[in-house]
Design a protein around this ligand. Structure first.
Ligand code: CP
Ligand code: NVA
Length: 314
């Protein structure tokens, strides 16, 4: 069956099949090549997209903005103090108004329920640009980067070390399970992912995929093809920074942890922004293993693919 993502939301990756994820990655590569060839597109011409940001952003905001403009679209940034959402107007009403004016809506904020309600009421595709629970557009960029390095996703051992229950870890687990990868979380027990969520994801996973959760960082990274980390305190958790620093110190990605992979060609990934000296050392961040800036660039190509696939002119 040919893949058709027209008018589809991107809420968490849970509702996307492996074929649909591969389709988005293939389209991302095509759009990346097109941009590199200097070809200006019109796939989003006459399309207006609303970009709602309750939390700050560099990559996601810029990726949506540049991606829309590259293909002739119009992005409209709506910061948390610019609109009534959550202050003077409920989500359902804001969704119905924006849906009358815009062709698609990106939302970054705290509550997953808000992105789900926007999707329920807007009548146009809604894309999750990060909530407390999930960060699906990030994982598409991560997977494109992995595919560019290894030529495949299936069978790749992707190890995430750090806060094992944050939005990035959750979305990586969903994506990796769907794509037949070996996904490992190395995290202190206090920060293990939700067991019910793990069980559900493991039940739905593609044949060959495995999910492992351990509190032993060195055992976690053994044999890794890619080692991934994220900040120890996510946006909204600033008050927990000191406590997390103490808890997560053994999970820092440093030279020793890279060596513990036993793989001289392991790649290092980070969604960014990074707190160097916490989750990753400066030397690893600047090492030949590091791919975080390819990953950051790929945010734009993959987000462009998400918008083109759901609202593009073709
Ligand atoms: N990785 C990521 O989402 O970065 P921003 O917070 O800068 O958008
Ligand atoms: N887990 C991080 C990801 C930032 C892109 C956060 O939510 O702050």
């Amino acid at each position: 069956m040919p893949v058709n993502l027209r008018n589809r939301h991107l809420i968490s990756l849970k509702h996307h099949t492996p074929e649909e994820i591969n389709y988005l990655l293939d389209l991302s590569t095509d759009l990346k090549n097109k941009k590199r060839a200097g070809i200006k597109g019109n796939l989003l011409e006459r399309k207006n997209v609303a970009l709602i940001f309750e939390k700050p952003s560099t990559r996601t905001r810029c990726a949506f903005t540049v991606a829309a403009i590259d293909e002739g679209g119009h992005p409209e940034y709506l910061g948390k103090n610019d609109i009534q959402l959550g202050h003077k107007e409920d989500v359902a009403d804001t969704a119905r108004v924006l849906g009358r004016m815009f062709d698609g809506i990106e939302f970054r904020g705290f509550s997953q329920q808000v992105v789900e309600d926007l999707a329920k009421y807007a009548g146009v595709p809604v894309w999750n640009g990060l909530t407390d629970d999930y960060h699906p557009t990030q994982v598409l960029a991560d997977f494109l980067t992995i595919r560019e390095n290894f030529g495949r996703l299936k069978g790749i051992k992707l190890v995430y070390v750090g806060d094992g229950r944050n939005n990035v870890a959750n979305s990586l687990m969903i994506g990796a399970a769907k794509m037949g990868m070996h996904f490992v979380i190395g995290s202190p027990k206090e920060l293990f992912p939700d067991p019910a969520e793990c069980e559900q994801i493991a039940k739905d996973c593609e044949s060959g995929a495995t999910i492992t959760v351990t509190d032993d960082p060195k055992a976690a990274v053994k044999g890794a093809d890619a080692i991934y980390t994220d900040v120890w305190a996510s946006m909204g958790e600033e008050a927990k920074a000191a406590e997390r620093k103490a808890l997560l110190k053994p999970y820092q990605v440093n030279k020793e942890l890279i060596e513990a992979t036993g793989n001289d060609d392991v790649i290092f990934l980070h969604c960014l922004p990074a707190v160097k000296g916490n989750e990753v050392t400066e030397d690893v961040f600047e090492s030949r293993h590091a791919r975080q800036f390819d990953e950051a660039e790929n945010r734009m190509h993959t987000i462009k693919a998400v918008m083109v696939a759901s609202i593009g002119n073709f």
